[in-house]
Design a protein around this ligand. Sequence first.
Ligand SMILES: [Fe+2]
Ligand SMILES: [Fe+2]
Length: 247
Amino acid sequence: MSLYAIGDLHLHFQSVLKAQNQLKDPVWKNHEERFRKNCLDLLKEDDTLVLVGDHSWGKNLSECEKDLEYIRDLPGRKILTRGNHDMFWDAGKTRKLNELYPDLLFLQDSYAVYKNYALIATKGFTFEGPYYLDRKGNIIGYDENNKKQADKLVERELKRLEKSFELAKADGYDHFIVFLHYPPTNVMEENSLFTRMAESYGASKVIYAHCHGERRFHDSLDGIHNGIYYQLVSGDFLKWEPYKVLD
Ligand SMILES: [Fe+2]
Ligand SMILES: [Fe+2]
């Protein structure tokens, strides 16, 4: 029995693929088939696979049905968390999705259990600028309006994260693994409100996705930082092989 994670499948069985990197980079060629084969080789029925957002390019649920059926038909228990591209998933209507797909768990404002761990998930948010740089590349400012909007998104996501932690704590859990779609910090940061919240609840790992292409694989934390293990699990980074989070 093991816990695995991967993110950013960006499936498009019914929708139009527009992402240039997904069209050009060979790591994406037939990635659906390679990922399915890796899952069939690796996952057993008592394993859990957490899919850390950006499941589909579909603009609404009817454009995502085949993508969700593909995920449903993978081995093991599947838990899905929200990514920035998951237009089919309105956070406030998560219950409806869970009713429509009883074989999948859409995790939002709640927690899931793996052994004695509570699995806590939210989309997160990472503000990457735009920064104003001087001629030497030093940051001398950033866009104030974008910053205000980013602060609102961060606050909303932190509330969701806190609510999930508190629900799990109230049910007696004191071992936590956090799943964020966005990286926990931006390229300039060593800490963020997300890393601090994970620390304050004593989470042992923070798993995240969203970073595509080699240039972005090291945008955020990697390995142990202030007692928490950080791991990027975007599918192209993992070459479509699910990452084992826990035995
Ligand atoms: Fe993505
Ligand atoms: Fe993303």
